[in-house]
Design a protein around this ligand. Structure first.
Ligand code: UGC
Ligand code: NI
Length: 177
């Protein structure tokens, strides 16, 4: 059983796996007569293969408990997959680099802070959506089309949160004295 303590998500640490979607770590330019900041092109949407096209969906997920025990990771070989929380939900992200096998030492676990989304690059191994604390609603952008776009690989992983890290949402943490 691979034991991992989730680390705070950062764009740099996640770079081998895809993109972090976060206005705080992204540039913008003004549009709409200056009323709007456009945080432009934050993640690369990949829609490979026959009839490949981008899908926009909403996932409403029930929370996972922590420690989180995983017995597989999955990948989407024909496209990327992005998850953006719609109400500052925090979630666990467990990833491994693309490839036909997973080297345990390459597996990484992260925890988001409520203001971050992720975009898994095509082929990145990842745990299925794992929202913390309560029901979560996520905007999802991924690939539709012909052919298989989901492979699973068995691997036993136990994910914990940093010591003393509650699972309160960002806003509750700010409210807590
Ligand atoms: N199956 C599906 O649409 N969702 C998974 O790919 C996931 O990463 O949650
Ligand atoms: Ni997926």
């Amino acid at each position: 059983m691979l034991q991992l303590e989730a680390r705070p998500l950062t764009p740099e640490a996640f770079a081998p796996f895809g993109d972090v979607i976060d206005t705080r770590t992204s540039d913008y330019f003004h549009i709409n007569a200056g009323r709007t900041r456009r945080y432009h092109d934050l993640a690369r949407v990949e829609t490979l293969g026959e009839q490949g096209r981008a899908l926009i969906s909403i996932f409403v997920s029930q929370p996972v408990s922590v420690p989180l025990d995983l017995n597989f990771l999955e990948r989407h070989p024909q496209g990327s997959q992005a998850f953006v929380p719609m109400h500052e939900e925090r979630f666990l992200v467990v990833v491994a680099p693309p490839g036909d096998a997973i080297a345990p030492e390459k597996v990484r676990a992260f925890v988001t802070d409520g203001r971050q989304g992720v975009n898994y690059r095509a082929g990145t191994w990842h745990a299925i959506q794992s929202v913390l604390e309560g029901e979560g609603e996520f905007l999802v952008v991924d690939r539709g089309g012909e052919g298989n776009n989901c492979d699973e690989i068995p691997i036993d992983i136990r994910v914990t949160l940093p010591q003393g890290e509650g699972v309160a949402s960002t806003s509750e943490q700010e409210a807590t004295p």
